[in-house]
Design a binder for this molecule. Sequence first.
Ligand code: CP
Length: 306
Amino acid sequence: MSLSSRHLLGLSGVPKEDIQLILDTATTFREVLERPIKKVPTLQGKTIVNLFFENSTRTRISFELAQKRLSADTVNFSTSTSSTKKGETFKDTVRNIEAMKVDMIVVRHESPGVPQFLTQISDANIINAGDGTHEHPTQALLDMYSIREKVGKLEGLKVCIVGDIGHGRVALSNIHGLKTMGAEVSLCGPSTMMPRAIEELGVKVYHKIDDAIENNDVLNVLRIQLERNAGASIPTTREYRTYFGLTSERLKKHNKDVLILHPGPINRGVEISSEVADGPYQVILNQVTNGVAVRMAVLYLLGTMH
Ligand code: CP
């Protein structure tokens, strides 16, 4: 069994069989993470570069750990210590890294489309670790893995993505992935944070969080992306919390068993209260653990196609 593409640029257009294969392969690697020695020789001899042009805690460390667990040689690039600071272009940077004979590139960049551009200037397998407001495919894969692990299925499940939809790449990848896997996907947030014509993707839109809680099995809560000027879309974060914040009072009111995800980083007390973020319904740190297994699966499946 192999994937239908040698790159992972997004989940738009990725067939169900590919997503299923990644999630099933991740289950095997999830078991490896529970062993005393969390390492397999699968990608021995492969060289992987992590190109991070934008800040990251979870994704960068998760990819690096996944690569080390698979015994790959791994190198990290960060803009702040690179020659891009001396004016070297993105294309020259990549060509120089490529000249060192790398097999795979994991890239995060603030501009949508950079992973796609990399496929044109590099022979390596390219994995998108988040490109601007476009896609974050491995985040959506680990979200789907975490839902499936907890609930046992994705087909027919009602999943609502709550929050700053317009500025978030996680929302788009989740919409594509979850719909492909047969889930019923909806969105909830202020209309100023909803991309125009988003319903054309086949999603329902709620403007009241109580309706979202009442009508869904899973809530994937996204943070307000203040670094992308999301503050201009709402009067204040306090008002956002009043109307869209997920609190235990709101959850209790509906008396309903709802699974809560958050990709992180969390703005505690804004989109989610600490009580909910640390409470019994959430799987936020499970998502982080599962992220390593899911990224191992993606690296393994792409790395053995080359
Ligand atoms: N979820 C996520 O992408 O987190 P980081 O920005 O810390 O990688």
